[in-house]
Design a protein around this ligand. Structure first.
Ligand code: ADP
Length: 639
């Protein structure tokens, strides 16, 4: 089962909580960037669109003016026709005799000729009651002749002595046209009305433009001319009910349904002339159009030019895209500059932090160095103290060794005294006998006694020499190598009295050539200790026995000193090399022998170990490095 590291998990939780506001900030920054780009695009779009629309409006004004002038001149072209009739004698005669067929026929012929010459649709004359008394289309089956047109507004205007202008749809053939009317006869009391109907279709044909639409609305807001035929007789604004009732009465549009044109104004500019100024309008389908108005002089008519704004829109979209891209580029540049600035400041901060860390490190290193040098000085002082203590200890050890040796000498002194007493007593007897034999002249016996005396003196000299050599402080003499067999011989010789007293069987196996790198005097001291302990241990044995075996292995020379005593007790094992540990009665043991022996051997690069032999008794093994080169045979009792 895996346990999540609490430190790691808490760290990751902390980083997660710090990452969340960072993500929110980034999102906010992105939103702000998007909003800025959108705003720039929107301003670019609006500015270009408005500028393009303004240019388009300027062009439109020119076009509108041209169309208006053309229309005005076209309509003005026929102004003279009704007035012309009042000058003609045939018409005048007809007005005076409206029922005279001859006059009617003359007038009809005249009107037909005039209609053909002027290029108008129909020319006709009404009497004061509004009946058609002569008409240019008298020959057609649907001729107006005899029709009562008194309900027509143009009649009313003219009969009141004014010039009438009227757009309407014919009641007979539902043909739309522009009616011009003028009073005939006396202006205050007209005897009739002259009417000319003009077709405006040629004008419409001239308006057919690719990108623009024209429409002409009359005083009622009804489209009477339009480049798009479907717009004709549609109302550009809602027709109020009372007007509609009046129109139904006058049959101006011959009961046409007059639907309202689906033109919704998006935006007005209010700069141009005409009602409402310039405006952006939407048709039921297609792109928004720029609507510009111009009122036709001398009429209540409104000429409207609708131009396509697609180009302006395309230009505006291009500008919007350009503005957006430019803004994005500028923002990107700003962001890159900001990132660069941050990186530079982070680098600076990192450098400062590094410098601070470096300074701190240097300070710590200096601190540590001073600590270390203080510790070093202390260490030097301690080492010097140790050396002093060691030399003091060595001196103490040497002193102890000497003391131990002297103790051994003390132990040996009884034996030595015994050894010396015997030859001394013999010397006394032999020298006394020698004197007596000399007096008797027995020189041979005297010589014999003297030779025995010499032998005894030599033996005594050897004993004192060995003691002197043993007791000598080795610190005063040079270090040497020792022949192991000689050292064993000397040790046994020194202990001869005790050996003879115990009379153990000694099993000795020591190669005469084995030499060890150790001071012989010190080696003898070790051997005296080991053999002395073995003699003590076997003192109570009925058949005491000692084994002295030497062998060489691994560059070391080993010597085992084994006895058949009781062996080492458990306590003795634990405290064997402890100074002053002894199981011997007071006065017999100091407890320094093994301690000093181990010290001597260690000094020479050797060791001292002890075991209880499986067959009983203690077995001590000393090991010393083998000496290189030959060692002169040297024994204490041999010199
Ligand atoms: P000392 O001989 O003065 O007692 P040592 O250091 O030589 O001092 O010996 C310490 C003790 O070790 C002895 O008192 C004795 O109990 C024990 N010991 C040493 N050698 C032997 C041995 N060969 N057999 C039994 N015990 C021994």
């Amino acid at each position: 089962m895996q346990h999540e590291d609490p430190v790691i998990s808490s760290a990751s939780a902390a980083s997660a909580t710090s990452a969340r506001p960072r993500v929110a900030l980034s999102l906010l920054a992105l939103l702000v960037l998007a909003a800025l780009i959108a705003a720039a695009s929107w301003f670019g779009y609006r500015y270009t669109y408005d500028a393009a629309l303004a240019r388009q409006a300027e062009r439109g004004q020119v076009q509108l003016r041209l169309y208006s002038q053309a229309l005005d001149s076209e309509l003005a072209r026929y102004d003279y026709v009704p007035s012309l009739l009042s000058l003609d004698a045939r018409i005048d005669a007809l007005l005076h005799h409206p029922t005279d067929p001859t006059r009617v026929a003359d007038a009809n012929v005249y009107l037909a000729a005039l209609n053909a010459r002027a290029g108008t649709r129909v020319v006709y004359v009404l009497d004061a009651q509004g009946h058609v008394i002569a008409t240019s289309n008298y020959q057609r089956p649907d001729s107006y002749l005899g029709e009562d047109l008194s309900f027509r507004p143009y009649f009313h205007t003219a009969i009141e002595g004014q010039l009438g202008r009227f757009y309407g749809v014919g009641t007979t053939r539902s043909e739309s046209g522009y009616y011009l009317s003028a009073p005939l006869g006396d202006r205050d009391h007209p005897s009739g009305v002259a009417v000319v109907k003009i077709g405006l279709e040629p004008l419409e044909n001239r308006w057919q433009g690719a990108d623009s639409q024209m429409l002409l609305a009359d005083e009622n807001g009804v489209v009477i001319l339009a480049s798009d035929p479907s717009w004709k007789l549609a109302a550009i604004r809602e027709i109020p009910p009372d007007l509609r009732a009046r129109l139904d009465q006058t049959l101006q549009y011959n009961r046409a349904p007059l639907p309202t044109l689906a033109l919704s104004t998006v935006r007005t500019f209010g700069t141009g002339p005409g009602p409402g100024g310039d405006a952006l309008v939407m048709l039921r389908q297609g792109p928004p159009m720029l609507a510009q108005h111009a009122s036709l002089p001398g009429t209540d008519w409104d000429l409207t030019l609708l131009t396509n704004t697609s180009q302006a829109r395309v230009a505006a979209l291009n500008s919007a895209a350009l503005a957006g891209v430019l803004t994005a580029f500028v923002l990107l540049l700003a962001a890159a500059w900001n990132v660069r600035r941050r990186i530079v400041s982070e680098r600076l901060a990192a450098r400062h932090a590094l410098e601070a860390a470096n300074n701190e490190l240097e300070r710590k290193v200096a601190e540590r160095t001073s600590d270390l040098s203080t510790a070093n000085h202390q260490l030097h002082a301690e080492v010097a103290e140790r050396i002093r203590t060691e030399s003091f200890l060595r001196q103490a050890q040497d002193g102890l060794m000497q003391a131990g040796k002297l103790a051994a000498v003390g132990q040996m002194s009884a034996g030595v005294a015994h050894e010396l007493n015997q030859p001394l007593a013999a010397l006394r007897t032999l020298s006394g006998n020698a004197c007596k034999f000399l007096e008797r002249g027995d020189t041979a016996t005297t010589r014999d006694n003297l030779e025995k005396i010499i032998a005894l003196v030599e033996r005594m000299g050897r004993i004192t020499g060995a003691l002197k050599s043993f007791a000598r402080d080795p610190a005063s003499g040079p270090r040497r190598c020792a022949r192991l067999a000689d050292a064993v011989d000397n040790a046994l010789f020194l202990m001869e009295t005790r050996v003879l007293a115990n009379a153990p069987r000694i099993d000795r196996d020591i190669d005469a050539h084995l030499t060890v790198a150790c001071d012989p005097n010190r080696l003898e001291q070790v051997l005296v200790n080991l053999i002395g302990n073995a003699l003590d241990a076997t003192a109570r044995q009925s058949e005491p026995k000692l084994w002295l075996h030497a062998y060489e292995s691994g560059g070391l020379v080993h010597l085992t000193v084994r006895d058949n005593g009781p062996g080492l007790s458990e306590e003795a094992f634990a405290r064997l090399f402890e100074p002053f540990f002894t199981t011997k009665p007071a006065g017999e043991g100091l407890g320094l022998g093994l301690t000093l022996s181990a010290g001597i051997l260690n000094d020479s690069g050797g060791t001292l170990t002890a075991i209880n032999h499986p067959d009983g008794g203690a077995c001590f093994t000393l090991a010393l490095p083998r000496a290189i080169g030959n060692v002169a045979r040297e024994t204490a009792h041999g010199n």
